[in-house]
Design a protein around this ligand. Structure first.
Ligand SMILES: [Zn+2]
Ligand SMILES: [Zn+2]
Length: 273
């Protein structure tokens, strides 16, 4: 499998980092996890496109993780000329969110159906709402799920993808918890959204202080990776976003608690497992 960090940003706007999303290429099967700001542009950079997706997995309905899902849906619709249904998996609430997105696009959908003879129907999606613990397959990729802990955001769900004997855990925004341990157990790669606790604490803004209680710090992600025997750790959704000169310091903080390889990088960082 090739795992490409298509968006390493967070809600904080950044000229160089798209919002949170990760693309998994398992053989010829392309699966997108979350759909943050700029995701379709980064998919193009990663050698993929919405029309090629076998499935979209949503971790939770925080806007930074789903704000560009409408772009994925409409681009998939136009690229497949309305012939394909886009499978979308996510926690309870996903169906209503997607239906409302499509309703918001009503004018555009009408214009395109009127103008293009080949387009006869609105975008087709196939939504599956996940109960944590569910497992399912997308093509020949096996997917396990577990509840994560991002209170007061509920429900939130993390994913473990297995293909060709390799495993990647993509757990979204969460503090360390039993669900993350289960998903990342012995994984070839564990991808965790993180904050730098020390740096966020220093930003004396109430909304920044609020985020401290529902994210993993870099050290916590490293401790989880070590505890469950994950072979590699990739950090994403980094708050505050580091400059390349600061990457070694972030990696060093993780390495204090974890012996495996730690990845940190720009958008389109690619890791093969
Ligand atoms: Zn979140
Ligand atoms: Zn987030």
């Amino acid at each position: 499998m090739e795992i490409i960090l298509t968006g390493t940003g967070s809600p904080l706007p950044d000229a160089d980092r798209a919002g949170p999303s990760t693309l998994v290429k398992a053989g010829g099967t392309h699966i997108l996890v979350d759909a943050g700001r700029g995701v379709v542009m980064r998919m193009a950079g990663a050698g993929s496109l919405p029309g090629l997706l076998a499935g979209v997995l949503i971790t939770h309905l925080h806007s930074d993780h789903v704000c560009a899902l409408n772009d994925v849906i409409t681009t998939h619709w136009v690229m497949t000329q309305g012939n394909g249904a886009l499978p979308i998996f996510g926690p309870v609430g996903t169906a209503q969110f997607v239906e409302r997105q499509i309703r918001a696009l009503e004018a555009d959908i009408g214009y395109r159906i009127d103008h293009h003879e080949v387009l006869t129907d609105p975008p087709r999606v196939r939504i599956t709402e996940i109960e944590p613990g569910d497992s399912f397959a997308v093509d020949d990729v096996q997917i396990a799920t577990a509840a994560t802990e991002h209170a007061p955001v509920r429900p939130t769900v993390g994913y473990r993808l297995t293909h060709g004997g390799s495993t990647v855990a993509l757990v979204g925004d969460t503090i360390p918890c039993a669900g993350v341990d289960e998903l990342a157990l012995d994984a070839d790669l564990y991808v965790q959204t993180v904050i730098r606790r020390d740096l966020v604490e220093a930003i004396r803004h109430p909304m920044m202080q609020d985020i401290l209680d529902y994210h993993s710090g870099v050290e916590e992600a490293a401790l989880t990776a070590s505890r469950v025997g994950a072979k590699r750790l990739a950090l994403t959704h980094m708050v505050p976003a580091p400059t390349p000169e600061q990457y070694p310091e972030w990696v060093a903080r993780a390495a204090e608690h974890y012996d495996g390889e730690v990845f940190i990088g720009d958008d389109l960082t690619s890791i093969t497992v």
